[in-house]
Each structure stands twice: as structure tokens, then as C-alpha cells.
Design a binder for this molecule. Structure first.
Ligand code: ATP
Length: 438
């Protein structure tokens, strides 16, 4: 399938089935803003919950944080974002279209009006989204929506350390929105002006950085393979050259994924030295140090930063697991999602909707399963159509209550990927679904 065609199909499925809608659509939309619909929010929450479970709850050395979106502007001064968080912007003098200078061929014609030699000199454009705090719109009240979640982990470092009494190495994790006034957003939810990140700042002794970097390198690969179910041959690692790294970073790896529109950054892993804590210590005048309980030595810890984009995770998952099979009437589309990511873990149907005894039994099963899992109810059309509909949204199992159920207390469970049907006792359904989630 041509890549643009695949991308169009994913976008269309997302809209049709309620994963992702164009933002503010009834007002003609708002460029590059997207809303997660009823199924999209489930998929996204499943990703975030799995991440939190794996990297916070299941580890002894990571604790969570949920900080304010708008922080004191001094944070961005100290972090260097005010001075350097910018992209080079050029404008076409003819049609006024704006581009990121590092993403286009400056000597080529303007992509919009096709005129040649019309670009202005590149100037640096700060990507932070500005606002005003309080009623007066003057310079003194300017504030910024955070362009990354990371800085809160540095700013709250001392509070976390004092309240949790952690020993090095330890990390602070956060999931939340970040905002960037991107010059050229696009490619569906790949690059937007507001997005979510899952980030960890992992504090270490300087001499430990190579070991910790390698540990996170492996942990990130393990997440992509085992939680997102990505085929690792679609993931590429880019060792970022010194010239392209942030000046304070001694090593950075970008994990790139083969999205339908090209191989692009999915996640990043960076060794940020003690740059951030040192800057905040100097700017705030507060001591941001760790005291070694054995040697009593005090020092500013170094940090390894693994970072994950939530929306790019959703897009990689959709791209990876979108499957079309067969031809003509036997053609089917399904999302081969790992069961733990699927919005619905199962769907329950009565074979016929005009048979009250089947409907009652199916409702009983549906309500019992719903105590544990998100399950779908469907009694429209015939069973074939219901299978088709559930396949398209990635529901791993379809459970049908038929006349035999009333005799044997068992149901037909049909597998999304193989189409195989097995007979399962009703009282074994919970554990059958639970097994698929391991
Ligand atoms: P890019 O080079 O694609 O602009 P970046 O290197 O600036 O990304 P980071 O600052 O490392 O990105 O941000 C960490 C993660 O946040 C990225 O790996 C990506 O998953 C996600 N991310 C960054 N910018 C956006 C955006 N505009 N829309 C959606 N996700 C984003």
C-alpha cells in the first residue's frame, strides 16, 4: 500500500470510529489540532497507564510528579529555553508562507506558490507559547506554557528528595501536556502545537552515567517491543552527532520509527550532565544538591533523560497494527493491537436481538465483565457485521450468547486475529480475558 494511502486510511478510520477527530470541526477546524474521541482516549490512557505501571509502580527507584503547566517564567530563563528554544524561520516574500529553514531546501522554489528565490533570511523563532497571567496584558505578566515536562522535575528536585529520602540513583517521572508553537506542524498527530509527553529525569553520580544510559536504552527498547508490540525492525536508532546535540548533552540517541510518511523521531534518550540542576541552583539561589549519607559529600547530581511522546506512541501503534487482509467480500480491516492496548477487551452479543432470553443472558455476562474490563455491547445487524465492526477497532474477543448457552452455560469466543472460535464456560471468561492481558 502506498504510504500516503495507508496514512489516509488510518486518519479515516480514526475519524469514523471515534479515535481522533479534527479539533473544533464544527467551526471549520483549527489547523493541526486534534481531539481524542471515545476510543482514542481509551487507547491513549492504556498507553499512559502501562507506562506508569512499568516505570513508576514496578520500580523501586522512580517516583511520580504532576506539576503546573504554567511555571514561573524564571524557570525558562534558567533552563535556557527563553534564549535558545527556537527554530530557524523563513518566509516566502511572495505568498508569505512560513517554513522551518532546516526542513526545506532553501534554493528550491516555495512549495506553496512555486516562485523561486523568494525566501527571507532565516531568523530564530522561539517556540514557547506565550500567555499573560492576570488581567493586565503587559510585559511583566508574560508567562509561557511549558514546552516540555522535564523542567518541573528539576525545579521540584529538592522537594522530592526531602519528602521521599531517595538515594542515588533515582528518577522522577511525569506525564503531561507540553506546548510548542511549531512553525510547520503536521502529519496528523505526529507534530502538533499541544501534545503529551512521558518523561523521566534519572539522577545519578557522574561516574555512573554510561551504565545508567545503557539501562534506559534497554528499558526503552523493551517498552516498544513488549508494551507497544512494535516490530523492532521498524525502529531505528540514531546516535546524534555532537554538532546536532544540545551543547550540554554528552550523548543523545533518537529512536526513529518508520511512520507511513517517513522514518521520524519517536522517542529520545539524552545524558544531560548536571546542566539543568546547576542552572536552577545558580538562578534560584537555592541549594539543589544531594548529600551522600555515607561520605557526607554534597554534589549536584547528573541526569539521564528518557523521553516519550504520547501522541507519537499512539500513531506508531496505529501504524504498526493496522492490517488489511483478503479481497472483495472477504476483505477485512483490523487493528492487531496487543490486548492490553485495545480500547475494548471484549465485545458481548446476543445471537439474536429479538430473543429476550438470549439478550438477558448476554446482558448478565456483559455487566459482570464490565466490573473488571471495558467491554462493548453490540446487538445490531448480524454477527458477521459485528465481527467486522469490532475488528476495525481492535477488540481482541467477540463473545456470542446463543441458544446452547442457555443449556450449557458456555459461550462462543471468536479470536480477532485468527478468526478461530472456541467454546468457553461463562465462569472461565474473566480468566480467559485476564490471560490475554499478561
Ligand atoms: P522533533 O525533532 O520531532 O521536533 P524534538 O527532538 O524537538 O522533536 P524533544 O524535545 O526531544 O523532541 O521532545 C521529546 C518527545 O516529545 C519527542 O521524542 C516526541 O515524541 C515528542 N514531541 C516533541 N515535539 C512534539 C510535537 N510538536 N508534537 C507531538 N509530539 C512531540
Amino acid at each position: 500500500m502506498a504510504n500516503q494511502e495507508l496514512m489516509d486510511k488510518i486518519v479515516s478510520l480514526c475519524k469514523r470510529r471515534g479515535f481522533v477527530f479534527p479539533g473544533s470541526e464544527i467551526y471549520g477546524g483549527m489547523a493541526n489540532s486534534w481531539d481524542y474521541g471515545p476510543l482514542g482516549v481509551e487507547l491513549k490512557n492504556n498507553i499512559k497507564n502501562l507506562w506508569w505501571k512499568r516505570f513508576v509502580h514496578q520500580r523501586d527507584d522512580v517516583v511520580g510528579l504532576d506539576a503546573a503547566l504554567v511555571m514561573n517564567p524564571k524557570v525558562w530563563q534558567a533552563s535556557g529555553h527563553l534564549a535558545t528554544f527556537s527554530d530557524p524561520l523563513v518566509e516566502c516574500k511572495n505568498c508569505h508562507e512560513r517554513y522551518r529553514a532546516d526542513q526545506i531546501e532553501i534554493s528550491a522554489p516555495c512549495q506553496k506558490c512555486k516562485k523561486e528565490n523568494t525566501f527571507t533570511e532565516a531568523k530564530q523563532f522561539n517556540l514557547m507559547l506565550k500567555t499573560f497571567i492576570g488581567p493586565a496584558e503587559d510585559e511583566a505578566n508574560v508567562a509561557y506554557f511549558r514546552p516540555e515536562t522535564a523542567q518541573a522535575m528539576f525545579v521540584d528536585f529538592k522537594n522530592v528528595l526531602d519528602t521521599t529520602r531517595r538515594k542515588l540513583p533515582f528518577g522522577i517521572a511525569q506525564i503531561g501536556k507540553a506546548f510548542r508553537n511549531e512553525i510547520t506542524p503536521g502529519n496528523f498527530i505526529f507534530r502538533t502545537r499541544e501534545f503529551e509527553q512521558m518523561e523521566i529525569e534519572y539522577f545519578i553520580r557522574e561516574g555512573d552515567w554510561e551504565r545508567a544510559f545503557e539501562e534506559w536504552h534497554e528499558a526503552m527498547k523493551d517498552w516498544m517491543k513488549n508494551d507497544l508490540g512494535l516490530d523492532m525492525s521498524h525502529v531505528h536508532e540514531l546516535e546524534v552527532e555532537a554538532a546536532d546535540r544540545a551543547h550540554y548533552s554528552k550523548r543523545t540517541i533518537d529512536f526513529e520509527y518508520e511512520f507511513p510518511f517517513g522514518t521520524k523521531e519517536l522517542y529520545g534518550l539524552a545524558y544531560r550532565t548536571d546542566f539543568d540542576l546547576t542552572n536552577h541552583q545558580n538562578a534560584s539561589g537555592q541549594e539543589l544538591q544531594y548529600r551522600d549519607p555515607e561520605t557526607n559529600e554534597s554534589f549536584v547530581p547528573h541526569v539521564i533523560e528518557p523521553t516519550w511522546g504520547v501522541d507519537r506512541s499512539v500513531l506508531a501503534v496505529l501504524s504498526e497494527h493496522y492490517v488489511e487482509e483478503g479481497e472483495g467480500d472477504s476483505k477485512r480491516v483490523y487493528l492487531k493491537l496487543p490486548a492490553k492496548l485495545a480500547p475494548y477487551k471484549a465485545a458481548v452479543f446476543p445471537l439474536l436481538k429479538n430473543k429476550p432470553e438470549l439478550v438477558a443472558k448476554a446482558q448478565e455476562i456483559y455487566k459482570a465483565l464490565r466490573q473488571e474490563y471495558l467491554v462493548a455491547w453490540d446487538d445490531r445487524g448480524n454477527v458477521g457485521k459485528r465481527y467486522y465492526s469490532q475488528d476495525e477497532i481492535g477488540t481482541p474477543f467477540c463473545i456470542t450468547v446463543d441458544f446452547e448457552t442457555l443449556e450449557d452455560n458456555a459461550v462462543t469466543v471468536r479470536d480477532r486475529d485468527t478468526g478461530d472460535q472456541v467454546r468457553i464456560a461463562i465462569d472461565k471468561l474473566q480468566s480467559y480475558i485476564a490471560d490475554s492481558l499478561k
